[in-house]
Design a protein. Structure first.
Length: 145
């Protein structure tokens, strides 16, 4: 007997409007039931996660999709702060970025990223990658509640 798929809140931390749009389209295209929330920099991401400022009613995300190259506070800093925060560290973080630099990959895993995915530039491939991330983290992996 298979368990019903659960719906989770996904926080996308991305400053590129085109990538935000492609991610939103990927969620719609695959009819992903997850609720996608978007913030555009690292400061907003931490405010959302801590329910501060303009995000007092923000849901706790079941998954964070995190770009590394962000304004105000970059993704590496966000990753480090989240994974050092006892109340947030159990949230899985997928680094989703254009960087394929070995130092970024190594540093992300050293900061306890759960996965590192280089963004494909091709739209169809990008949509497929988002679907695979969703399939894996929502259908395959057991997440803490």
């Amino acid at each position: 007997m298979t368990e019903p798929l659960t719906e989770i809140d996904v926080l996308l931390v991305e400053d590129d409007a085109g990538d935000v749009l492609m991610t939103q389209e990927a969620f719609e295209h695959h009819k992903l039931r997850n609720q996608l929330h978007v913030v555009s920099d690292g400061v907003e991401a931490l405010s959302f996660l801590r329910r501060e400022g303009e995000f007092p009613d923000a849901p706790r995300p079941g998954l964070i999709l995190l770009d590394l190259n962000l304004p105000r506070k970059d993704g590496r800093e966000v990753l480090e702060e989240v994974k050092n925060d006892e109340s947030l560290r159990s949230i899985p973080i997928v680094v989703l970025t254009t960087s394929q630099a070995e130092e970024d990959i190594l540093r992300s895993y050293n900061l306890h990223a759960n996965a590192y995915v280089a963004k494909p530039v091709d739209f169809e491939r990008f949509i497929d990658v988002i679907r695979q991330i969703d399939d894996f983290f929502v259908s395959v992996v057991k997440l803490p509640r």
